[in-house]
Design a protein around this ligand. Structure first.
Ligand SMILES: [Zn+2]
Length: 374
């Protein structure tokens, strides 16, 4: 273990904490949000814009990059940082989620997963060792283990099998990871949905192997909110305090806040960027659907309290016009606002924990969200 995570402050009223993850490409202040850049780009934005908005880390996808442009190309370019020209930390997802959600033919075997590419049907066999090798070649700062992912709801016996396989693959991933010296980190992914006995087993198995960080996978898929929160609370007690915790793919502000209160440090989600392209904007008062007729002559900014480029210069009426005309700038301006909203929100979370006011921040934010806007 490299001792790459340092807790810097804790909230007395909850398990929320701030921390720092050290990587070869810089420090990540937590709790943090990683904008999704599956193909090596945050859709609709330039890297310079993503950096200006305050992103500290982006998430690329090993599944997509391995298929196209292919590892050879990225290796020739000198790794993923160099290929995409992003100087800050990068987390690469192993691609498990994409295999199970995109591929038309998936066959799970003890040795690995057999699937066909969603692009051209090419048959691919991916072992956990391959996922490590691919991410090593990418040169991402944080690599994820290959897990076995099931959609929700899954019957318990099937989930038990998924946990068993995920644990075995985690062990093999770590063995492969240890074969060569690298400054990269390897984080393990637990499964088990909201069956606590299975989730507990999964986490225990990962702890036995030992990882630089621990992810909670397969959550936020429609399971009851109370069960999800209970799972996070119990996981918080089980996970070591000196390792970052990553709740994969969860993106609603209210859920993020509650997850932070339960000790989660790292988040990613397509929500702010995907919704921006669909014309749904996040504001302190809730979601705004910009295509609505009522904004046609509304010359106020999207969010009067927002300092982003979009809100400083453009009205709801203009953004609605761009969206209705299907202009490229609609996606750009909406994404700037939504990503600013998320990254600013995380800045406020960190600030409130550091200044001992997280409880008040949590309370007022939840109250604002409940009022709604659309
Ligand atoms: Zn804005």
């Amino acid at each position: 273990m490299k001792g790459t995570f340092l807790v810097t402050a804790g909230d007395p009223s909850s398990a929320a904490r701030t921390g720092r993850i050290q990587t070869p490409h810089g420090t990540i202040e937590t709790p943090t949000f990683a904008p999704v850049a599956s193909q090596g780009t945050v859709k609709a934005l330039l890297h310079s814009q993503v950096e200006e908005l305050g992103a500290q880390v982006i998430l690329v996808n090993a599944y997509h990059l391995n298929l196209r442009p292919g590892l050879e190309t990225i290796a020739k370019a000198g790794g993923v940082h160099s290929f995409i020209s992003w100087p800050k930390p990068i987390l690469s997802d192993s691609g498990g989620y994409q295999i199970y959600s995109l591929s038309p033919l998936v066959k799970i075997e003890a040795e690995g997963v057999r699937f066909s590419s969603h692009l051209d049907g090419t048959k691919i066999f991916l072992r956990p060792e391959d996922a490590v090798d691919i991410q090593r070649t990418l040169g991402s700062d944080i690599m994820m283990t290959l897990d076995y992912f099931l959609p929700y709801p899954a019957p318990k016996p099937k989930m038990r099998e998924a946990v068993k396989l995920t644990s075995a693959w985690a062990r093999r991933s770590k063995d492969r990871f240890l074969e060569a010296e690298t400054p990269q980190q390897l984080w393990g992914i637990s499964q088990g949905s909201v069956f606590w006995d299975l989730r507990e087993q999964s986490i225990q198995d990962l702890l036995e192997v030992g990882f630089d960080g621990y992810a909670l996978g397969g959550l936020g898929l429609g399971e009851p909110k109370s069960e999800l929160m209970e799972t996070l609370e119990k996981a918080d007690l089980l996970l070591p305090k000196d390792r970052p915790r990553y709740l994969m793919g969860m993106g609603y502000v209210e859920d993020i806040l509650e997850a932070v209160a339960r000790g989660v440090d790292f988040f990613d989600c397509v929500l702010p960027t995907r919704n921006a392209r669909n014309g749904t904007l996040f504001t302190r008062q809730g979601k705004m659907v910009i295509k609505n007729q009522k904004y046609a002559q509304d010359f106020r900014p999207v969010d009067e309290g927002c300092g982003c480029y979009t809100c400083r210069h453009f009205s709801r009426a203009y953004l609605r016009h761009l969206h209705e005309r299907d202009e490229v700038s609609s996606a750009v301006l909406n994404t700037i606002h939504n990503l600013n909203f998320y990254l600013d929100f995380f800045g406020q979370i960190r600030q409130s924990i550091t200044s001992n006011s997280f409880a008040a921040f949590r309370h007022t934010t939840s109250a604002h969200i409940e009022e709604g806007i659309t």
